[in-house]
Structures are given as structure tokens and as C-alpha cells.
Design a protein around this ligand. Structure first.
Ligand code: GLV
Ligand code: MN
Ligand code: MN
Length: 436
């Protein structure tokens, strides 16, 4: 894989650049301002392709315009702000997403956007001009919570996803195309969002860990090597609803009993020693008719299987479905399965990771190399542009819930590593460009 080939060692060019340190108070204020959009007692609800997501993009776009960047919105709804540089070298990019799961936290995605804004401020304040454009990207609709498939905005920039805009839909039946139109985007234009990889040199994303490794080891920064893939299914089970008192236990076709077997099959398969590291989750379950006194005749549920091993991810799905089919056959329940999202694991390029770890060392920040259990925009970006991910700790590892928390001081440390990494990437790339 070309992206994994280590370039020549960096030159001394980056050593002269002095950046100030990220300001936790500024970061906390930015996080708070974004959290007010869709945030409340029950957490943050800012779905992809919603008016609230657009509001957050407009807010951040305004900040970036005030910092002197040229801000635009692409056909997928991604906000892209460019800090120009003389010449026509491929750009460095940084950013993340601004949508959330329902009742989610205020840090997932937002930290990468706020960190990117703060990194631009640090460059500005130190009067550091990179030798290439720096683009801050707020990706649209990263969370698969609404449409099943994650990373819709970042997939669009690498040319994936334009063909199924009328097929993927949310729980209310709103298709992605309809949702995009509702917020003023033209889904038929999606191909225009595609990046020319020759125009991009590398991309870095700051993100919360959404796990416990950093906190448990007392380390404030993680540098990601692998990102898990995810296969998501919607499973519909159709049995026979009838009276809960009048119907004997034998001979029932209880769709919920079949679903219960699927839940347990998912757990059994993924706790098998051969599946160490695979995660399977049934996160949504609709039961109909939903009466105390009626046997459930219909269940719709989701299955989300995550793994860093691409084959094992798909084989796990096959094995859970095999057991599900067997349970359904035994119970006289029919099963329909629909694939609603599929993303392969990603191995992030070693050379980008090396630049980030060197940057962390240069500014005296201890780090660990960690693996991501969650999906990220950089995973899509990396299919066309070499990408790296920097993690900051999540309190108790909690994420996708209102309790999600990362201290602004930790976001600031991650931002310092991000900003320094951008400078060092610029120097590293310049060194390569000189010999090519
Ligand atoms: C995105 O946050 C995901 O991994 O679901
Ligand atoms: Mn995220
Ligand atoms: Mn998320």
C-alpha cells in the first residue's frame, strides 16, 4: 500500500517553528457554543442532514471566516475552509464531524473541529505560514445513527455513496436524498464533492477515544494505528401475533423470542475465543404490536458488527445470521435481512503516524499507539488521502451518551499535538518534494 511507505526522514526545517500552546478556556467556550445547538438535559441530538447540523456548520464556518479562511460548502454538505498558501502544493487537511447520535455527547466529532479551529489560531498567533494550503473540514453526517451507513460526507469526498441516495433512509422513511434536499443540498450533485487526491497531501483528525485505554494508562494522547470496520444490518422477524393468555406456549410464533435468540447468538459468537476483539450489538429493537397481552408478531432490530479484521467482521455476521435463521426456523418465524451499512477496517499509514508521534515527542507529550473501535471520517479519507487520527481520553470510556466527557485541558494537549503534527507534516512533505 503506497500510503504506508515511509518517506525520507524529516529535515531540520520544522525545528525552527515555535507554536504557542492551545488554550483550554477557548476550547471549552467553543465546545459549549456548539453543544448549545441541539444540546439539552438528555444530551446532544444533532442528526446528520438536519437543520441543527447545518446550524453547527454555519457557526464554525463563521469562526473560520473570521480567522481569514475561505469557507465553502460542498455538494455533500461538508464545510471546507482553506487557509491559502502561495504556489499550488497539495493541501494538508484537518477536521471531523458536527452531527451526533440521538442523546449523544458534546465531544464526539466536535473535538476534532474545535481542535482544528484552535490549531489555525495557534498558527496565526505564531505567524507560522505553512508551505501549502491548510483546509479545515467539517464533514456532514458521520454518524450512522440516522441512516445506518456512517461517514456519508467523507465517503462522498472519496467518491463513495452517490448511487444509493434514494435507498438509504432513516427510521421515518426519509431517504438521504430527501434529507439533503430538506437542508438545501442537491443530492444529484454529490459527485461534485469528490476530491482530487492530487490536491491533498495528508489529513489529520483529532477525536475522543471512546474507549478506556488512555484513561486507564494515564496517557493523554493516543495515535491510532487501526480503525475498526462495521457491518450493519436491519433484521425483520415476522411471526404470528395472538392472545397472550389464550395461546399455549407450544406452537407459538413469537417474533420477540426469535429476536432474543439473535441477541444471545451475537453475544455467544463474539465471546468465542476465536472472536476476541469482535463486537456485536443489537442497538435498536421495535416490537409490534407492543401490547402487554399480545404475543409479539413482528420485531425489527439492528445488528452492528465491528472488527479490525475485515474477514472476521464479515464471517461474524454470517455466523450470527446462520444461528438466527436456525432459531427462526425452529420457531416458525420468517426473517428478512437488509444491509444498511458496511465499512471495512482501515490500516492508517505508518509514515503519518510516525510524524504525529515525533511531533508529540518534540513537545513533550506522552502518547500510546491505540486502535479505534469506532468509525471515523479519516477511515474514508484514507482510501484516497493518507490520514492519521489523534485520540484524547474519554472519561470512563463513555461515548454516544449524554455522559460523554473529555476535559478541555486534554483536548488542548491533543490540539498541541495536532498543530505540531501539521507543521511537521508540512516540513516532511517539503523534504520529499525537494527530492522528487
Ligand atoms: C461513529 O461514531 C461510530 O463508530 O458509530
Ligand atoms: Mn465521531
Ligand atoms: Mn460517533
Amino acid at each position: 500500500m503506497a500510503a504506508n511507505v515511509a518517506p525520507e526522514p524529516a529535515t531540520a526545517v520544522v525545528e525552527k517553528v515555535e507554536l504557542g500552546r492551545a488554550d483550554p478556556a477557548r476550547i471549552a467556550a467553543d465546545l459549549e457554543a456548539i453543544a448549545r445547538i441541539g444540546g439539552g438535559e438528555g444530551g446532544v441530538t444533532r442528526p446528520g442532514y438536519s437543520a441543527l447540523e447545518r446550524q453547527a456548520h454555519d457557526l464554525v464556518g463563521g469562526w473560520l471566516a473570521d480567522l481569514g479562511l475561505t469557507v465553502s460548502r460542498d455538494a455533500a454538505g461538508n464545510t471546507i475552509a482553506e487557509l491559502a498558501a502561495p504556489g499550488s502544493k497539495p493541501a494538508l487537511g484537518t477536521g471531523s464531524h458536527l452531527d451526533s447520535v440521538p442523546g449523544g455527547g458534546r465531544f464526539d466529532g466536535v473535538v476534532g473541529v474545535v481542535g482544528a479551529v484552535e490549531a489555525v489560531r495557534l498558527l496565526r498567533e505564531a505567524d507560522v505560514a505553512l508551505g501549502r494550503p491548510l483546509r479545515v473540514v467539517c464533514f456532514a453526517a458521520e454518524e450512522g445513527a440516522r441512516f445506518g451507513q456512517a461517514c456519508l460526507g467523507s465517503r462522498a469526498v472519496v467518491g463513495i455513496g452517490a448511487s444509493d441516495i434514494d435507498e438509504i433512509c432513516d427510521e421515518a422513511g426519509t431517504t438521504r436524498a430527501q434529507a439533503m434536499r430538506e437542508v438545501g443540498l442537491d443530492p444529484t450533485d454529490l459527485d461534485r464533492a469528490r476530491w482530487d487526491p492530487r490536491d491533498w497531501a495528508a489529513f489529520l483528525e483529532l477525536h475522543v477515544e471512546q474507549g478506556t485505554v488512555l484513561e486507564s494508562q494515564g496517557v493523554r494522547v493516543g495515535v491510532v494505528d487501526l480503525v475498526s470496520g462495521s457491518t450493519r444490518l436491519e433484521i425483520e422477524l415476522v411471526g404470528r401475533a395472538s392472545h397472550s393468555g389464550g395461546t399455549p406456549m407450544v406452537g407459538r410464533s413469537d417474533a420477540l423470542s426469535a429476536a432474543a435468540e439473535i441477541v444471545m447468538a451475537a453475544e455467544h459468537v463474539t465471546t468465542d475465543p476465536r472472536h476476541r476483539g469482535t463486537r456485536a450489538t443489537i442497538g435498536r429493537l421495535h416490537v409490534r404490536p407492543g401490547n402487554i397481552t399480545t404475543i409479539p408478531g413482528y420485531v425489527a432490530c439492528t445488528l452492528d458488527v465491528r472488527d479490525v479484521d475485515s474477514d472476521r467482521q464479515r464471517l461474524t455476521v454470517v455466523e450470527i445470521l446462520r444461528r438466527a435463521a436456525e432459531a427462526c426456523a425452529r420457531r416458525g418465524v420468517s426473517m428478512r435481512v437488509r444491509l444498511i451499512g458496511d465499512t471495512s477496517p482501515a490500516v492508517l499509514p505508518i509514515w503519518v503516524r510516525r510524524v504525529v508521534t515525533r511531533a508529540a515527542r518534540d513537545i513533550g507529550v506522552e502518547y500510546r499507539v491505540v486502535t479505534s473501535g469506532a468509525s471515523h471520517d479519516s477511515q474514508s479519507v484514507n482510501t484516497a488521502v493518507p490520514a492519521g487520527i489523534i485520540f484524547v481520553p474519554s472519561r470512563a470510556g463513555l461515548s454516544h451518551v449524554a455522559e460523554e466527557w473529555t476535559d478541555a485541558a486534554d483536548v488542548a494537549v491533543g490540539t498541541d499535538v495536532l498543530a505540531r503534527s501539521l507543521v511537521e507534516l508540512d516540513g516532511e512533505l517539503a523534504a520529499i518534494e525537494r527530492i522528487r
